[in-house]
Design a binder for this molecule. Structure first.
Ligand code: MG
Length: 391
């Protein structure tokens, strides 16, 4: 049986990521029987432990604050949905875009940005902690599922999309996957799409979650041009609409408009650059997937609004402070006494320390903490610091 091909393979643009031109996997494997290489990537991501943990990890709101807030898994699905629309419209590889979107947050710590900053601080003396790099570590090394190789053994194209950012220092140690950060080159269009789809998804759903949490109201939001325009349009077309439907209708139109702009602007850039292969796309110094100027301006206004009114709201900051304390205290305790970690993590820490010293020990502690869900981190903190709690 020949390997399957993308149903629309003939219609994919020449600059799309194509199975037959993939740079391949780190460990050579036989071709999948019924799937494309990128389908296999996506399926491995969905079956991974790290993906299931995203159910109990959050970005802005902590998992126990309410059942309707986005978690990292619903966020990742929204990113994939937006990414797939754009990929299909631009005739690039929809499945690869989906795979990258679903994997992009696998390396995130518990408690979203707060947890990540705390772990960054803790790891500063030991080589640092970068969440994109951690996502790559998860798929390259930390997942233990397959007999023949560590990690998920994903294609180069998927891995380059997962490693969205990376410092020059780290890039030097990564070989071919880090090369583009040193040469200021781009990843394939599928990776560029997933990156923008991520921003579009969280900017819009954080507005929705912010309203739901009572951190912002419609009046404040109407200070933003983007929101105001849709508010005026919806209330003119549907006077007397209840708030819940009004908010959803506004946000869905905001997402639609920005996605349409992204497709149109990117089409124009691609037409101008005329890439004939994914290698051509990679050689550009600037991304070909980008918003037009006006949309970018509004998009930035939305980000500023969220920073000011949602991410820095005192209720969010209180939770952030608590979360950072939990991460820091766990890190310090495990770093000082690795024997307080479960046996397999202790063994990994001892092994890493024997070859790389204290940096090695710290990396294993960071891996252990980064892998925790919000609620597991809270529970582990209670077990470690609350004498009344069972260990
Ligand atoms: Mg994200």
């Amino acid at each position: 049986m020949n390997s399957a091909s993308e149903p629309a393979a003939q219609t994919l643009a020449p600059y799309a990521a194509l199975d037959e031109r993939s740079r391949g996997r780190r460990f050579t494997e036989p071709k999948p029987q019924f799937r494309t290489e990128y389908q296999r990537d996506r399926d491995r991501i969905i079956h991974s432990n790290a993906f299931r943990r995203l159910v109990y990890k959050t970005q802005v709101f902590v998992n126990h604050e309410g059942d309707l807030y986005r978690t990292r898994v619903t966020h990742s699905i929204e990113v994939a949905q937006i990414g797939r629309t754009v990929a299909r419209a631009l005739r690039v590889n929809e499945t690869l875009t989906e795979a990258i979107s679903l994997a992009h947050d696998l390396g995130h710590t518990p408690f979203g940005h707060a947890g990540q900053e705390a772990l960054n601080d803790c790891m500063r003396p030991y080589g640092g902690f970068e969440h994109n790099l951690q996502s790559l570590r998860v798929v390259d090394e930390l997942e233990e599922r397959y007999a023949a190789f560590p990690g998920l053994n994903l294609t180069f194209e998927c891995r380059e999309g997962i490693l969205k950012h990376c410092s020059a220092r780290v890039a030097q140690e990564l070989g071919e996957i880090g090369q583009r950060f040193l040469e200021h080159r781009q990843p394939g269009l599928e990776a560029q799409i997933a990156n923008l789809a991520d921003e579009i998804a969280y900017n819009n759903h954080d507005v929705d979650d912010g309203i739901r949490a009572g951190l912002v109201d419609l009046q404040q939001l109407c200070d933003m041009r983007l929101f105001r325009r849709q508010y005026d349009a919806v209330t003119a077309e549907h006077p007397g609409l209840g708030e819940r439907r009004l908010v959803h209708e506004i946000i869905r139109r905001m997402i639609n408009d920005v996605v349409v702009d992204l497709i149109r602007s990117s089409e124009a850039r691609i037409a101008e650059a005329r890439p004939v292969s994914i290698e051509d796309v990679r050689l550009h110094s600037q991304p070909l997937i980008a918003l037009g100027e006006a949309a970018l301006d509004e998009h930035r206004e939305l980000m500023r609004f969220l920073r000011e009114h949602v991410y820095r709201h005192y209720k969010v900051l209180r939770m952030t402070a608590k979360a950072q304390r939990v991460v820091k205290e766990l890190f310090e305790a495990f770093m000082a006494t690795p024997r307080l970690m479960p046996p397999e993590d202790q063994a990994a820490a001892a092994q890493a320390e024997s070859t790389r010293g204290t940096d090695g020990r710290a990396r294993v502690v960071a891996d252990y903490i980064a892998g925790m869900t919000d609620r597991y981190a809270i529970l582990e903190h209670q077990r470690m610091f609350d004498p009344a709690e069972r260990t």
